[in-house]
Design a protein around this ligand. Structure first.
Ligand SMILES: Nc1ncnc2c1ncn2[C@@H]1O[C@H](COP(=O)(O)OP(=O)(O)OP(=O)(O)O)[C@@H](O)[C@H]1O
Ligand SMILES: [Mg+2]
Length: 256
């Protein structure tokens, strides 16, 4: 490739002030390449969820613009998958009925929807629990259902807002590895908010750091560790250096 392609996603001076006057984010310009895995870290309240919601089209920014594939996200017409910190499953629907919900909303029903949903359930390692209800699942399983639901309409962009925040450390590590497996198996760009520096470094091509109030992007750290990223890598000097660079960038913002 001799000509640099248009970034898959970019934001131009995005800002948001809530109607009550709280300025959450300011002047956020970022670009994300197609197929990459990018994480966003920063202290609590810095505006990470606000930015994610704006990129996902759930919240309209009070300033700036978002471009997906060079145009407005509406024009691109690509579905976007979103996983929230809490799984947000519908308790009265079975696993398969939760997973096929986005298809149903787009008018895709019947056998086609079932086949697609079953495929995603298998991808997230949940075959066999299709007829269970959310209350019968562990926290990790429920989050996997939420991930399957976000992927069922084959989005080109998957947004994750602290998807493993409520899970124990070991399950969380396993889920991270599973996400990498999914990312390798599907042509999807991932943008993930996380509180875990180690998780961000282990999974990502790039870690973005937000600081300040209102929050803005203050650091962009490429992670050049080789892939596949295995848990054991966390013990290497290279990994530790990346993690400490991210930590320093987050801390730098605290004293501003
Ligand atoms: N609906 C809302 N109305 C008014 N202010 C809001 C609203 N949602 C968020 N805020 C404010 O915007 C700022 C950023 O919030 P946001 O939830 O984006 O932060 P965050 O970085 O995701 O935090 P956390 O890590 O705790 O999830 C905070 O000051 C918050 O109080
Ligand atoms: Mg948040």
């Amino acid at each position: 490739m001799n000509q640099k392609p248009e970034p898959f996603l970019y934001t131009e001076s995005v800002a948001h002030t809530f109607p009550d006057g709280v300025a959450a984010i300011i002047d956020i310009s970022l670009s994300i390449e197609a197929g990459s895995y990018v994480s966003l870290v920063g202290a609590s309240g810095v505006g990470k969820s606000t930015l994610l919601r704006i990129i996902g089209g759930i919240l309209k920014p009070s300033g700036g613009e978002i471009f997906l594939k060079g145009g407005s996200p509406e024009k691109a017409g690509d579905p976007i998958g979103i996983v929230f910190q809490r799984d947000n499953l519908m308790p009265w629907r079975t696993v398969i009925d939760n997973v096929r919900l986005p298809l149903e909303l787009r008018g895709v029903n019947g056998k086609e929807a079932i086949i697609e949903a079953e495929e995603m359930i298998e991808l997230v390692g949940l075959s066999g629990v299709e007829s269970s209800y959310p209350a019968q699942l562990s926290g990790g399983m429920a989050q996997r259902v939420a991930i399957a639901r976000a992927l069922v309409h084959r989005p080109s962009l998957l947004l994750l807002d602290e998807p493993f925040g409520s899970l124990d450390a070991l399950t969380r590590e396993r889920m991270g590895q599973e996400l990498l497996h999914i990312w390798h198996a599907m042509p999807v760009t991932v943008f993930m908010v996380t509180h875990s520096i180690h998780e961000a470094v282990l999974l990502s091509d790039e870690v973005l750091v937000m600081t300040g109030r209102p929050g803005t992007l203050t650091e962009r750290l490429p992670i050049s560790l080789p892939r596949p990223r295995l848990l054991e890598m966390q013990a290497t000097t290279e990994f530790q250096e990346c993690a400490s660079a991210v930590r320093t960038a987050i801390e730098a913002g605290r004293v501003l």
